[in-house]
Design a protein around this ligand. Structure first.
Ligand SMILES: Nc1nc2c(ncn2[C@@H]2O[C@H](COP(=O)(O)OP(=O)(O)OP(=O)(O)O)[C@@H](O)[C@H]2O)c(=O)[nH]1
Ligand SMILES: [Mg+2]
Length: 565
């Protein structure tokens, strides 16, 4: 058995040792020899075991950021909940970007770590708007489970369907929070049925709402068979809750006889109609536990968090090109899923966000960057709370860390311990569907223009192309959704001091030239197509509609076009 000697010469407090066979207190100024129960290695296992890493997804405006804010509040990470659209109020933590605060929508995903009830939680708040869905999809790759927020008045919406499909592809657990029950909402039975029919997943209502709108009084917790009655209190840390048995005569006084009778009927119906609760099916993404509540008024949020943390999984194993990597294996490995420049105005740096997939990471230890074949030290790894950061000494599988990027990392890159060579499964890129010609209004700002466009492109928030033989004063920007143009323009102004001149182009497709019979500049093009070049010098063709492809292939025998990568 390994032995650990501890000596407390000048302690402020007596020291409790908890990793040994007997919990004991070391006296002031004393020393003690302690037999460790297991080798010290087991520490990293228990650290991984308590990690929970999940993304919050939904159609725009369902309440992801508001719910995230409440989680942070319960975890003690923030002292007061901010608001998404509050005029003078504190802004929500995860909507840290200036444009997010102004518009009251999330445009980029945010990473936050906090502790709650012994769990170490990495939460990823994603943007709901489809124009930013590439960012949302990438972020989902870093998560082990998803919380799907549904607006109780609206039910399943267009983006819910799309995002759900991405989660279903990986079979990750999906937990449903039906939000905004403090407003008029649809019938809860109907909402559950819609989830099942539209998304093709079984549901199990974990709790059941009592009323909605002004009459939303609480929820019935089906596992504990208790009614949780809430008292409205928007500013409190948590809603005040009273628990009461459903057959307690006092319930009618609390919620009224009518509501009580309705609840009893609904519980009976629910117990008779619903499938059995099966945790294994939940953990494989086959059964979605459903919770009702209101993020804004705190109703049902903390019970949801508690139940969710117990049901979801610790870090899952990940696939690589040389087989599955066990999250609990001791060797560190991670992949980059997001890059963000200028998060901190004072430092103007670029942060690469990595999801740790296995083992333990130690500050200053040497790591191997697979894509460049270089060894490097990640000297200032950081734990994030949206835009705030704190340097950490260690991180474990499940954690999301930010590291300074010297311009080395790209989205999807793998980082391992030296000697281990493999790549995590790639992160899909989307084909841009909107293009615009962009140049700086002020030609004196050329340098900042080039820097800004390149940096924002490296983040993957936009794609940039050159017109062959043209200078760098003008680039073609391609995006998946037009709101990305707004964010790009805004960020160029606020982060790089450059006003842009933008002229939309009529293209909506992009293909890479895989083989060409002649120099690409000598290809025969039609009016609806243009030759572009990416920054790796590869030639592409942007075009509109479907027919230019046929024209190009017919008039340029030997030309091969592929999907851009
Ligand atoms: N009444 C009510 N309003 C809510 C609730 N949750 C969120 N809201 C409001 O709904 C609006 C959208 O909330 P957000 O939290 O920004 O929604 P989101 O899903 O993060 O939105 P995007 O990130 O832009 O997709 C805000 O005005 C919130 O105050 C709720 O439980 N009840
Ligand atoms: Mg949001």
């Amino acid at each position: 058995m390994p032995k650990l000697r501890i000596s407390l010469a000048n302690p402020q407090k007596p020291w409790y040792i908890s990793t040994v066979s007997t919990l004991r207190q070391v006296p002031f100024g004393g020393t003690a020899d302690i037999l460790l129960e297991e080798p010290l290695m087991s520490d990293y296992r228990s650290e991984i075991q308590r990690r929970r890493t999940f993304a919050i997804i939904s159609h725009p405006d369902a309440g992801k950021t508001t719910l995230t804010e409440k989680f942070l509040l319960y975890g003690g990470a923030i002292a007061q909940a901010g608001e998404v659209k509050g005029k003078r109020a504190r802004a929500a933590t995860s909507d840290w970007m200036e444009i997010e605060k102004q518009r009251g929508i999330s445009v980029t995903s945010s990473v936050m770590q906090f502790q709650y009830d012994g769990f170490c939680i990495n939460i990823l708040d994603t943007p709901g708007h489809q124009d930013f869905s590439e960012d949302t999809y990438r972020t989902l790759m870093a998560a082990d489970s998803a919380v799907m927020v549904i607006d109780g008045a609206k039910g399943v919406e267009a983006q819910t369907r799309k995002l759900f499909k991405v989660c279903a592809m990986r079979d990750i657990p999906i937990f449903t929070f039906i939000n905004k029950m403090d407003r008029e909402a649809r019938d809860p039975f109907e909402l559950c049925q819609e989830l099942e029919h539209e998304l093709g997943i079984d549901t199990y209502a974990m709790n059941w709402p009592i009323g909605c709108g002004k009459e939303f009084m609480g929820v019935y917790d089906r596992q504990n068979r208790k009614v949780i009655h809430f008292t409205s209190n928007t500013n409190a840390r948590a809603a005040t809750a009273t628990q009461i048995e459903p057959d307690d005569p006092a319930l009618a006084d609390l919620i009224g006889a009518g509501k009580r009778d309705q609840l009893v009927d609904e519980i009976e119906l629910l117990d008779g109609a619903s499938c059995d609760f099966d945790l294994d099916r939940v953990r494989h993404g086959k059964l979605s536990p459903v919770f009702f509540g209101s993020a804004l008024t705190n109703f049902g949020v903390e019970p949801f968090l508690e139940a969710f943390l117990r049901m979801t999984t610790p870090p899952l194993n990940r696939m690589t090109d040389s087989g599955e990597i066990d999250a609990f294996s001791p060797d560190f490995s991670a992949f980059v899923f997001k890059i963000q420049a200028n998060m901190n105005k004072a430092h103007r740096d670029r942060i690469a966000f990595m999801r740790v997939c296995s083992g333990k990471f130690q500050r200053d230890s040497e790591v191997y960057h697979m894509q460049s074949g270089k060894k490097l030290r990640l000297s200032q790894p950081q734990q994030m709370l949206a835009a705030e950061r704190e340097i950490i000494d260690e991180a474990y599988a499940g954690d999301i860390i930010g590291v300074f990027d010297p311009g080395l990392f790209s989205i999807g890159d793998t980082v391992t311990v030296p000697g281990k060579k493999f790549r995590f499964q790639g992160i899909p890129t989307f084909e841009p569907e909107h293009f615009t010609r962009v140049s700086p209004m002020d030609t004196m700002k050329r340098k900042q223009f080039i820097k800004g466009t390149e940096q924002i492109a490296q983040e993957g928030a936009i794609q940039i192309f050159k017109v062959p033989f043209a200078g760098m004063e003008e680039v073609i920007v391609g995006v998946v959704g037009t709101l990305q143009f707004d964010v790009f323009q805004y960020r160029m102004r606020s982060e790089y001091g450059v006003e842009l001149r933008m002229a939309g182009l009529p293209y909506d497709h992009l293909r890479r030239i895989a083989a060409s019979p002649v120099e690409p500049k000598d290809l025969i093009l039609c009016a609806d197509a243009a030759l572009l070049e990416d920054f790796r010098g590869r030639s592409l063709i942007a075009y509109s509609g479907e027919w230019p492809v046929g024209y190009l292939l017919k008039h340029n025998p030997g030309l091969e076009l592929t999907e851009p990568d």
